[in-house]
Design a protein around this ligand. Structure first.
Ligand SMILES: [Zn+2]
Length: 436
């Protein structure tokens, strides 16, 4: 938690006579002289943008307790209509929400932390022979700075170095995603400028996820798209849901094939066995690490039709559907992992095309980062039944070719299947966190 004053000076042009009314629409201009670079956990601090009356009740006729000077940090306690309950200098009361701004030191989803799963050497270079700077105890949180092959650059205890990514898991709690709601129908633009291409118009009253500040523009995501909106038409959302856990949401995991359908076969290796194992590991990670409800379309070696798998998603009231597969080819040189997402062709009846692509992209990104020893074939648009005919964000993950020696050595390794499952869980969670 950063208790420093915001580092970006906010210049506010406002008529002070309007401050006392609390309800007038005030034309104002914000200009920030720098980009917000502070990234801390918790965003309950606001800054006053004008000399602001603190009142005993949430009304312009409420008794004035004091006048808070402009530019002061106040602690947010709750929302009552257009008023915020706050505390400042030992007093608690109500202020008009339009004259406070979220402090620049807010949480963003760009801060990623991982937790060490063993006592882990922090090294000077991304190599097992790199000089050991220190040993980080198991169970500690480290800040992610970048990926270098199978190594992550991290900082811990004031030191920066490299650790083997396989001994890290995504941190489950602490950071909450900051969200805003739109106060007007608001254009989402490709760039942080009023001349930027309009990607879509977000209706008033919708919740968007904050990703960063660019002058008077916020980078946000909404409905699977990322772009820029003018920050003056956003207000901090009033709900305080803990978006870092999946409580209440159900993820449907579909282990491909089963029963008399073995899927791809190479020697004694059967796709249906691998998919059930990865699905089980994925289910454990999603429920254990991220607190989602998980439903499996099958948990034993049984046969299910594709239609069964889709209808089970409905029955289970899933928020997302992920089908687990391994690939095969008569050409043993074909290799790599990929995700399959719906096309826009008429075959697709799934209303969540864009969200399915976001889900697939998030999973693919995590697999690529965590298992760099398998080629990343990327995100493929394909008409496949379980994603095209489903009615929730859906993707198929093909973890590699069992017909390729390198891929097969990963698929038949419990260590790598565990890593595949954890990468998938992390991707699902990133998708869920930014879209729901
Ligand atoms: Zn398959």
């Amino acid at each position: 938690m950063n208790t420093k004053k915001p580092s970006w000076p906010i210049k506010l042009i406002i008529s002070s006579s309007l401050v006392l009314t609390g309800t007038a629409v005030v034309p104002f201009t914000l200009s920030s002289t720098g980009i917000d670079t502070n990234r801390v956990e918790a965003a309950s601090t606001y800054t006053t943008t004008a000399n602001l009356n603190l009142r005993k009740s949430a009304s312009t006729s409420g008794t004035i307790l004091m006048t808070i000077p402009s530019g002061k940090a106040v602690t947010y306690l709750g929302t009552h209509g257009s008023w915020y309950k706050i505390s400042y200098s030992g007093k608690t009361g109500y202020v008009s929400s339009q004259y406070v701004k979220v402090s620049s030191t807010m949480t963003t989803s760009s801060t990623k932390t991982y937790t060490t799963t063993v006592n882990l050497n922090l090294r000077k270079s991304a190599s097992a022979t790199g000089t050991i700077l220190m040993t980080i105890p198991s169970g500690r949180n480290v800040t992610y700075l970048g990926t270098y092959g199978s190594w992550y650059k991290v900082s811990y205890g004031g030191q920066t170095g490299y650790v083997s990514s396989q001994y890290l898991k995504a941190t489950t709690t602490t950071t909450a995603t900051k969200t805003y709601s739109t106060t007007v129908n608001l254009n989402l633009r490709k760039s942080a400028s009023s001349t930027g291409t309009i990607l879509l118009t977000i209706p008033a009253g919708r919740t968007v996820t904050y990703l960063g500040t660019y002058g008077s523009w916020y980078k946000v995501s909404y409905g699977g798209q990322t772009g820029y909106v003018s920050s003056q038409y956003l207000k901090a959302t009033t709900t305080t849901t803990n978006t870092s856990t999946g409580s209440g949401r159900t993820i449907v995991i579909d282990a491909g094939h089963g029963g008399n359908d073995p899927g791809a076969v190479y020697g004694s290796v059967q796709e249906k066995v691998l998919t059930l194992d990865i699905a089980n590991r994925l289910a454990s990670s999603l429920s254990g690490t991220y607190n989602y409800n998980v439903k499996m379309t099958r948990s034993t070696d049984t046969y299910l039709t594709l239609a069964n798998r889709v209808s089970l998603t409905k029955t289970y009231k899933g928020s997302a559907f992920v089908s687990i597969h391994a690939n095969s080819s008569t050409n043993t040189s074909f290799h790599g992992h990929e995700v399959l997402v719906p096309t826009t062709e008429s075959y697709t009846t799934n209303p969540y095309i864009s969200a399915s692509r976001s889900l697939g992209t998030a999973i693919n990104r995590e697999l690529g980062a965590r298992i760099p020893t398998i080629r990343n074939r990327g995100v493929k648009y394909q008409n496949v039944y379980v994603v095209g005919k489903n009615s929730v964000p859906s993707t198929i993950v093909e973890y590699g070719f069992i017909t390729n020696a390198n891929d097969r050595s990963h698929l038949t390794s419990t260590t790598y299947r565990q890593r595949m499952a954890e990468a998938t869980a992390s991707g699902i969670h990133q998708f869920m966190r930014s879209n729901y």
